[in-house]
Design a protein around this ligand. Sequence first.
Ligand code: SR1
Ligand code: MG
Length: 400
Amino acid sequence: EKKMKFDRYFLMDEAAVKAYILEKTDCFTDKELTVSEIGDGNLNYVFRISDGETSVIVKHSGHTARISDEFILSTDRTIREGRLLQAHGRYVPDFVPAIYLIDETMKCVIMEDLSNYEILRTALQQNQIYPHLGQLLGHYLAETLIRTSDFILPPKEKKMLQKEMINPELCEITEGLVYTEPFYDNFSRNELSPELAEYVEQYIYNDAALKRSAAEAKLKFLNKAESLIHGDLHSGSVFVNAEGIKVIDPEFGFFGPAGYDVGNVIAHLLFAYAYAETKGQKEQMAWLEKTIEEVMKTFRSSALIILQNETRDIALNDESIFAAFISEIEKDAYMVAGLEIIRRIVGMAKVSDITLLEETRVRTEIQLLSFARYLIQHPDKIRIYPSLFAIYQNSKEQVA
Ligand code: SR1
Ligand code: MG
């Protein structure tokens, strides 16, 4: 049998990954390994390798996105993702998987297998409750976003990291799929429930004020190099168990607006809330409502403590600057939450919280879209309002 050398990139299948792990690492000594491709994301391949006792994950990228060949992408995205996980891991080591190897030749990352955790989206659909989830998410957001901002990172270090994390291809996907395509009816990648067409035509494609607000948000995404963001922090990017959370898949990460990650978390907890509501999971609904509030409260208080204790720049070390900075992130977050809701209902790349709904789907979609329109246009009102859910309920009544 000819030994593969793995000194030149090719797209590995399960057999190649098995040979690779034995050849390039000492993770396993026994050759009785099982390898399975378990990825369900839109871009890359995820292999689990196990000898029955120990297991690891190999994340590997091809020249195109898994979801569609129309996205031609550099295979370096997995390398950037591994480095970003390491960068965030400096601040939240318990909240990210351990990275064992980043292989620039084979364009893969070997990392900790999280098989003792569940994907948050699946767990929430199964009516699970995690009492500390809001605090954990708020802590993760504050640590990663505030510590990589100009308040804390030394100027040259931030710019060097910014250079390393520049991510034009995947940013372009977000710029199109989140900020542009869902607002125009001439993009073939938009995909709607047919019963939704009239609503979307009137209240999204033809709403000039909404489109203007979305354009303002897009300019922020294009220009605000605020923090090293995850870039795709939906409930499929979070693993959870009774002990804690692990955040995976930051391949869309770069130095962007901090509110982008916070807003994605809010949007996907709202999707979970809408799913729970349809299924009549009342206790979980109440907990999800509290969880969103806890994310925001913990984010605010942890961010403030970091800023107060660790701001290096004398010119920025000012309580009113801290307050304004956090408020602006919150405002951006509510706008992004609205944008994320719209893109997952109108654009490509759906979420199963919506697609799994049957007869209630269109009604739920309209309720969420109506709330999303409010979030995008009135983020400041939401920020100071005691409960996001009062406004959500109100937008439901308007729909009815
Ligand atoms: C072509 S990738 C489509 C979407 O999947 C990812 O998870 C991101 O959300 C991206 O926008
Ligand atoms: Mg992903």
